[in-house]
Structures are given as structure tokens and as C-alpha cells.
Ligand binder design. Structure first.
Ligand code: ZN
Length: 476
């Protein structure tokens, strides 16, 4: 008995020990794997940040270089006029129009290389989005409508050239998605269904969003028939590239209404042309002929304080006066996959994705009479002025709400919204369609109304960040 009991205790003890060791080892392995995961996530996050920053800076650098080139061509245009070389004038204007597209396309290409050099892989979704868009440009933009092209071509054959360039960039795969693109056919903001933050508010039951941004929507809404009509696409210029636009436009004007010959001579000296004489510049040819000059689009370019009076300057810290302007900028999104060793919360999805969005813009100044002034200071006439690039806060960048590199979002606003307002919400794997299904529930909306009746005092507009859509969502 005693022997047996002793044996049993021994057996029991060794059994417990094995269980304990197994438990400890499992915990240890899990802990180790989790640490590997954590390390992986942190490392991928750093890589995504570096890649996103490098990609947007590369894009902005090419934006600046392209604007400088267009500015130099403005000066060459004047020289060609002075020499009465009409063929050269024609070629220069044509080249400027093309640069408004090839410049941003080079920026798009350069940002891909920068992202890939920083260990970001090709994103299949973003790549197919660019490919699809190239097909849209090729097949639909030049469609004839009442004897006119649906979207006027920027130059003869321009849409085909543009589609080819997009295809060429996509051929190597997109790793850095252009996130502030503004497509010619897409409606601009202004309707909740085209506002990503509406869907995010539904998803996270952020009732304050409704209180602050769409106060009457919760109370007055009954069904999808109640939505105001979807906005028409409004676009008054087709001279601008949709991706990383330079914000420039040709303006037909006589030089004498922009500058006198004295001012012109200064610009030439500043740009390094010393062999241009005052007599040439003051000739009637230069001063009085109606020409297409490339100027900064005043809806896009201008002093930051005037364009965005409530939003503050996009760089924190002391800012030199000559940097106080809004204008062309580049917003880039990169996705970095993290392969998990331990199961994630999502269950079926073993991989986490780190998303990083970054923005930057070209900076520079004109030097006139020794004073440094804004690049736009010379009557919005484009002159070479850009010297460096800087990161800016994403929410301060133009079109930062467009999310044009988010394939699910772009497909939703292009394809799903129109069906939804016609026939109501349907079953879909699309994240935004799922949110519309939730939104359609009267019980859901009543929850929000009840909550706001009690707590609307706690709703505050977030300070800092864009303000549009509830503040700073992303890095910088
Ligand atoms: Zn959808």
C-alpha cells in the first residue's frame, strides 16, 4: 500500500512536472513569438514611415523641379518672342502643357523607387487601381459627346499619352500610393456619402461626428431615399495632372499687363540669363502680343493665411515669411504587411498591415531686389523658385481627404454609392457598404439620437489637425 501510494505520488509529481514544464514552455514560446511579432511590427512600422516619408519627399522634389522647368520655359517664351520665332513659341507652350503631366508622372515614378528602396513591396490593390484608371483614361476620357470630347484633351493625343505613362509606372508595381489625387470624373467633397469620415463615424458610433458635422442627419433621415442628390463632378481645368498636380494653368494675356521691361530684365538676371537686353524685352512683340503664359492657379496657390485662415500654417515652429504659402503638394500612402507568428485578433487573417501616410511639398522663394518673397509674388507668373522640400502635416495637405490610394474607398465611391441611392444598401464585402447597411437601421440611428440628447455637451471639435472630418488621423 505504502509502496503503491509512494509510487502514485511519484507518478503524480512527475505528471504535474511535465504539465508544468509544458505549460511553461508554451508560455515561453508564445512569449518569444509574441516578442518576435512585436519586434516585427515595430520594425515594419519604422520601415513604413521611412518609406512613406522618402516617397513623398521624392514626389515633391519632382513637383518643384517641374515647376522650375515650366518657369524657365516662360522665360524662353519671352526670348522666342523677342527673336520673333513663332515656331519656338509654339513648341515651348506645347512642352509646358506636357510638363504639367510628365512632371507629376515622374514624381509618381520617383516615389515608387523611394518606397521600394525602403523595403516596401508592391501593393497589388494599389497597382490594379492605377491600371484600371489608365484604362478609364484611355477608353473614356476622349469619348465624343455631342461632337466634343467628354474631357477636353490637354494637348492633341494627351489622354493616350497620359494613359501610357500611368501604365508604365504601374508596370513595375505601385508601392507608394498617391493619396491626394483628384480625378476628373469623381465628385468632389460636399456630400456625406463622399466623405470618408461619415462612414468612420458610423463604424465607430462616433455620434459627436454627427453632432458637429451633420447635425440634422440623424433626426431627419428615414431611408436611402432621403439623401440629397449626389453632386455632379465639377472640374473646370483639364490642364492639370490628377496625381501630384502642379496647380498651374495657361493664361492668355499681354505681357504689358503683367510686368514692365524693367521687372522682366530682373527676372532674367535672377534666372541667370545675362545676354538679354532691355531693348529686346521692351519690344512690342514681347509686350503687346497675346500669349499663353503659365501662371499659378490662384485657387490652389497663395498665402497660407489667406487660403486657410482657420487651419494655421502647416509647419510648427517659426516660419520664414517666404515659406508661407499653400500650393502643389504630395500625399503618399504605403502599406507594409507584418507576418505574425502568433494568431491575430482577426482570426482568419494572419497578417497585420501597417499603413503610413505622409505629405510634403516643394518650398522656395523668389529673390527680387535682394528681398526673398513668395514664389507667387510676381503676379502669379511662374518663374524658377523652388529649392527644397519638406514634410508637412497630412491634414494640412491639399486633397488629404481624397484617400485616392485606398482601393476599397475609390471603388466604393465610384461604383457602390450610385447603386445605393437607387436601390438601397445590399450585402457586400465592401467595408463602406457594410457601414451603410448599419446606417440604414432606425434602431442604430435612434441610439445616436438618445446618446446625443444626454451627452452632446461633451462633443468638441478637435484642435489641431485639419478639422475636416475630425482632426488628425495620421502621422506628422
Ligand atoms: Zn461599397
Amino acid at each position: 500500500m505504502i509502496l503503491f501510494k509512494h509510487k502514485s505520488v511519484l507518478k503524480n509529481k512527475s505528471g504535474q512536472a511535465i504539465i508544468f514544464i509544458l505549460l511553461a514552455m508554451t508560455t515561453l514560446i508564445f512569449f518569444l513569438l509574441f516578442n518576435v511579432d512585436l519586434h516585427q511590427i515595430v520594425r515594419r512600422k519604422n520601415q513604413a514611415q521611412n518609406a512613406g516619408d522618402a516617397a513623398t519627399l521624392a514626389a515633391a522634389r519632382w513637383q518643384g523641379a517641374s515647376i522650375n522647368l515650366i518657369g524657365e520655359l516662360n522665360l524662353m517664351h519671352i526670348m522666342a518672342l523677342a527673336e520673333q520665332n513663332q515656331a519656338a513659341v509654339h513648341a515651348i507652350t506645347n512642352m509646358q502643357k506636357r510638363l504639367c503631366f510628365t512632371g507629376p508622372m515622374t514624381a509618381l515614378f520617383a516615389s515608387q523607387i523611394a518606397a521600394k528602396n525602403n523595403h516596401i513591396y508592391v501593393d497589388d490593390e494599389m497597382t490594379s487601381l492605377i491600371r484600371e484608371h489608365a484604362a478609364t483614361v484611355r477608353n473614356q476620357y476622349s469619348t465624343m459627346f455631342n461632337g466634343e470630347m467628354y474631357y477636353p484633351e490637354p494637348w492633341p493625343g494627351g489622354w493616350q499619352d497620359y494613359a501610357n505613362m500611368l501604365d508604365q509606372v504601374a508596370a513595375d508595381g505601385i508601392a507608394a500610393g498617391p493619396d491626394n489625387a483628384s480625378f476628373y470624373g469623381d465628385p468632389q467633397e460636399g456630400h456625406p456619402l463622399f466623405n470618408k469620415s461619415f462612414y468612420e463615424a458610423v463604424e465607430s458610433q462616433n455620434w459627436c461626428w454627427f453632432y458637429l458635422n451633420a447635425n440634422s442627419l440623424l433626426g431627419n433621415y428615414n431611408s436611402y431615399n432621403d439623401w440629397p442628390p449626389l453632386p455632379e463632378a465639377i472640374r473646370d481645368t483639364y490642364n492639370d495632372c490628377e496625381f501630384f498636380s502642379l496647380g498651374l494653368t495657361p493664361l492668355a494675356m499681354e505681357m504689358q499687363y503683367l510686368f514692365d521691361a524693367d521687372a522682366l530684365e530682373k527676372f532674367f538676371r535672377e534666372a541667370g540669363f545675362s545676354d538679354i537686353s532691355y531693348a529686346m524685352l521692351s519690344s512690342t512683340n514681347v509686350m503687346e502680343s497675346l500669349e499663353n503664359w503659365f501662371v499659378y492657379d490662384s485657387g490652389i496657390w497663395g498665402e497660407w493665411d489667406l487660403i486657410q485662415p482657420d487651419e494655421g500654417f502647416p509647419i510648427t515652429g517659426p516660419v520664414r515669411e517666404q515659406y508661407n504659402y499653400a500650393g502643389a503638394d504630395a500625399v503618399v500612402r504605403v502599406n507594409a504587411e507584418v507576418e505574425r507568428m502568433t494568431p491575430g485578433i482577426g482570426g482568419d487573417n494572419q497578417n497585420d498591415s501597417v499603413v503610413w501616410t505622409a505629405a510634403s511639398k516643394p518650398f522656395g522663394y523668389l529673390e527680387i531686389d535682394g528681398d526673398k518673397t513668395l514664389p507667387t509674388a510676381a503676379s502669379n507668373f511662374v518663374l524658377p523658385a523652388f529649392r527644397d522640400v519638406r514634410l508637412i502635416p497630412v491634414d494640412a495637405a491639399s486633397g488629404s481627404n481624397n484617400s485616392s490610394a485606398d482601393a476599397e474607398w475609390v471603388r466604393h465611391i465610384r461604383d457602390h454609392v450610385y447603386t445605393y441611392v437607387e436601390t438601397g444598401p445590399g450585402q457586400s464585402s465592401c467595408r463602406y457598404c457594410k457601414n451603410l447597411l448599419i446606417w440604414e437601421s432606425a434602431v442604430f440611428r435612434q441610439t445616436g439620437i438618445d446618446w446625443l440628447a444626454l451627452y452632446c455637451d461633451t462633443c468638441q471639435r478637435s484642435s489641431g489637425g485639419g478639422g475636416r472630418g475630425g482632426g488628425s488621423r495620421r502621422g506628422h
